[in-house]
Design a protein around this ligand. Structure first.
Ligand SMILES: C[S@@+](CC[C@H](N)C(=O)[O-])C[C@H]1O[C@@H](n2cnc3c(N)ncnc32)[C@H](O)[C@@H]1O
Length: 311
């Protein structure tokens, strides 16, 4: 779609895996600019779209109200909103949209000056709240675990010293401060604040626990034979999806050192649609660099009951 505010990633692969058909109801759990929803509607299926960002609703304008509904809520709420075993497919395209990144006022970007916000929705604590009040050890954990930033403690300690005199309020202010705290650019290809900003965004939006809850919600909302497709953009997300599907498909994950030993105690509730993850073609990455790190995993819901325990 030329001129679209957000170019959908892996759209062809997602539609191939979902196989939407007339008469079916598909959940687009991450509506964004509606790229997936439009692709699904074009097959004749109905779409119920979720987005925790209420401003995404503006991209629903013109969509046929007989076959399309927008729900301004988190995808983890889909089973409560729609009921158990009620839908034929669920698609999740994680992370933030290009619109959210591009609008300086949302505070996601370390390249555009805006308030230090980073909330996808309008509730909960902002990035400024976290940066200015979180315990330095907690800040370091956020940078290290969610941002995969090796210098996490150094950044957290520098922030704690500076905020005592002057709290942080702006994105560029924080980005430049982190750059200095790390001793400048030193030839790095990515901005030195990239990983810290990713960590803050994930923490502010509780993205990983939301993903875990969303997968469980999809297990509940899908009918037998319904399909689940998840597109992730970094290894933390992908690991959660991979582990969830491996466990639910009755394949023990190759063994996380951190997970308690688990017995397969329930009948598989999913069957993998293909082994491993699909990646975008070179042509897609060339046309849309944001697709670079995308991975698609997909599975079919079996008729087994919902697992009682979260994987
Ligand atoms: C990558 S964009 C989706 C783009 C969309 N597939 C398209 O083609 O336009 C992700 C969107 O999902 C929303 N989102 C992220 N996490 C969410 C969650 N847990 N529940 C509902 N919406 C979420 C974000 O607000 C954002 O609008």
């Amino acid at each position: 779609m030329s001129g679209a505010p957000h170019t959908p990633v892996l759209l062809t692969e997602v539609l191939d895996a979902l196989q939407p058909a007339p008469g079916q109801t598909i959940v687009d759990g991450t509506f964004g600019a509606g790229g997936y929803a439009r692709g699904i509607l074009a097959t004749g299926a109905k779409v119920v779209a979720f987005d925790r960002d209420p401003t995404a609703r503006r991209f629903a304008e013109g969509l046929d109200p007989d076959r399309f509904r927008f729900v301004g809520a988190r995808f983890s709420e889909m089973a409560e909103v729609l009921g158990e075993a009620s839908v034929d497919g669920v698609a999740l395209d994680l992370g933030v949209s290009s619109m959210q990144l591009d609008e300086a006022e949302r505070g996601f970007s370390f390249m555009r000056d805006g308030p230090l916000d980073m909330r996808m929705g309008d509730a909960g604590q902002t990035a400024a709240d976290l940066v200015n009040t979180a315990d330095p050890a907690e800040l370091a954990r956020i940078f290290f675990v969610y941002g995969e930033e090796r210098q996490s403690r150094r950044i957290a300690a520098a922030i704690a010293r500076r905020r005592a005199e002057q709290p942080f309020t702006r994105t560029l202010e924080l980005a430049e401060f982190i750059e200095k705290a790390l001793g400048g650019r030193r030839g790095a290809k990515v901005h030195p604040a990239t990983r810290a900003f990713q960590g803050l965004r994930i923490a502010v939006n509780e993205e990983l626990s939301e993903l875990e809850a969303g997968l469980v919600a999809a297990e509940r909302a899908l009918k037998p034979q319904g399909r689940l497709c998840v597109v992730t953009f970094h290894s933390l997300e992908d690991r959660i999806v991979k582990t969830f599907l491996a466990v639910r498909a009755g394949r023990t994950p190759s063994g996380s050192r951190h997970a308690p030993p688990r017995e397969i105690q329930a009948e598989p509730s999913f069957q993998l649609l293909f082994n491993g993850a699909q990646a975008p073609s070179e042509a897609e990455v060339a046309a849309n660099p944001r697709a670079r790190s995308a991975k698609l995993r997909a599975a079919v819901r079996t008729s087994a009951p919902v697992w009682r325990e979260a994987a």
